[in-house]
Design a protein around this ligand. Structure first.
Ligand SMILES: Nc1ncnc2c1ncn2[C@@H]1O[C@H](COP(=O)(O)OP(=O)(O)O)[C@@H](O)[C@H]1O
Ligand SMILES: [Mg+2]
Length: 316
């Protein structure tokens, strides 16, 4: 089987002095797949990506990209992998174009192909008009696109992006994803960590990372279906008071404040909605809205993490 573009990990583990940051992670990602890694801060996403991209050695276990052991075959790996670190740095006093040229030098991109590739990347990243501007004065969104262009100079088969759109406005995030779609069409394998659920929804598969482990993996739809029960969205004139009242209603498993509303998980939304209404009315709380809602990946994640927490407690 052709392994070009494939990402594999077996029992990948990284221990820092006190912390086991990554614990026995197994992965098998097909060439051309978009794989999303989500999880709270400190879950181990960055450490996982560093090992997969070959910039950090695992304590134990093995990772392969395009069949090359990422801890041993550094030379071959370099040609395969593009890596945009969570805190990548650009040269602020070099222009957009000079930054890309700098990466072209590092990766030994020479000859007639060099100018052609740089031109193509500038176009690809929608940075043509800004090529002479100092990288230091670019907007956050443009910096990210430039970082991406730099990571692509040697035409890698596999791209690792560590929270590439963190802190970027929604419009720039969408544009960034348009570029990723183009790369996907070209057949590049994309491994991306993100804190944004809407981005996870755009991946073919998502892994949920928690305390160094991938606790669930599947398509966004599959993960959503793992959420137990049904979801009600409720708006009242007193959310904090409503929260504790609803939590006591039979069949309600969880209540979360979600912006200006409450998300209520119940075994049977139709049955429990009138009971919740009665309880709130009895407390003198006015209900502005109560309706069934589809759980999103965000809820799926929280629900799965709380299940995981419970089972760990049961074991311990
Ligand atoms: N170089 C390091 N030395 C010591 N501990 C580290 C190092 N890098 C990460 N960690 C710890 O490993 C855990 C996972 O971190 P990280 O991989 O950055 O998670 P994430 O990217 O999901 O936020 C955290 O507890 C973090 O403090
Ligand atoms: Mg990180």
């Amino acid at each position: 089987m052709d392994t070009t573009g494939r990402i594999q990990a077996e029992k990948l583990t990284k221990r820092f002095r006190k912390v086991e940051a990554v614990r026995g992670v197994d992965l098998d990602i097909a060439p051309g797949e978009i794989y999303g890694l989500i999880g709270p801060d400190g879950a181990g996403k960055t450490t996982t990506i560093r090992m997969l991209a070959g910039v950090m050695k695992p304590t134990s276990g093995v990772a392969r990209v395009s069949g090359f052991d990422t801890a041993r075959a550094a030379e071959q790996l370099r040609a395969q992998v593009g890596y945009m670190a969570q805190r990548f740095s650009l040269y602020g006093d070099l222009s957009v174009r000079e930054n890309i040229e700098f990466y072209a030098d590092i990766f030994g991109v020479r000859g007639p192909e060099r100018a052609q590739r740089i031109q193509r990347l500038l176009h690809f990243a929608r940075l043509e008009e800004f090529q002479s501007r100092d990288a230091g004065v670019l907007s956050g969104g443009m910096k990210k696109k430039l970082g991406l262009a730099c990571a692509l100079i040697h035409r890698p088969k596999v791209l690792f992006l560590d929270e590439p759109t963190n802190g970027v406005d929604p419009l720039s995030r969408r544009e960034f994803w348009d570029i990723l779609s183009d790369l996907h069409i070209e057949g590049v394998t994309i491994f991306i960590s993100t804190a944004y659920m809407d981005e996870a929804e755009r991946c073919a598969r998502v892994g949920l990372m928690y305390r160094g482990e991938i606790i669930r993996q599947g398509s966004p739809g599959e993960l959503r279906q793992l959420v137990k029960g049904e979801l009600l969205a409720i708006v009242t004139d007193d959310l904090p008071a409503s929260e504790s009242i609803i939590a006591k209603v039979d069949g309600v498993s969880k209540v979360q404040v979600y912006g200006d509303r409450l998300h209520v998980f119940a075994d049977d939304a139709k049955l429990r909605a009138p009971e919740i209404e009665r309880a709130l009315n009895a407390a003198g709380i006015r209900i502005k809205q109560i309706r069934p809602a589809a759980p999103r990946l965000q809820e799926a994640f929280i629900s799965l993490v709380s299940l995981q927490g419970k089972s760990q407690k049961d074991e311990g």
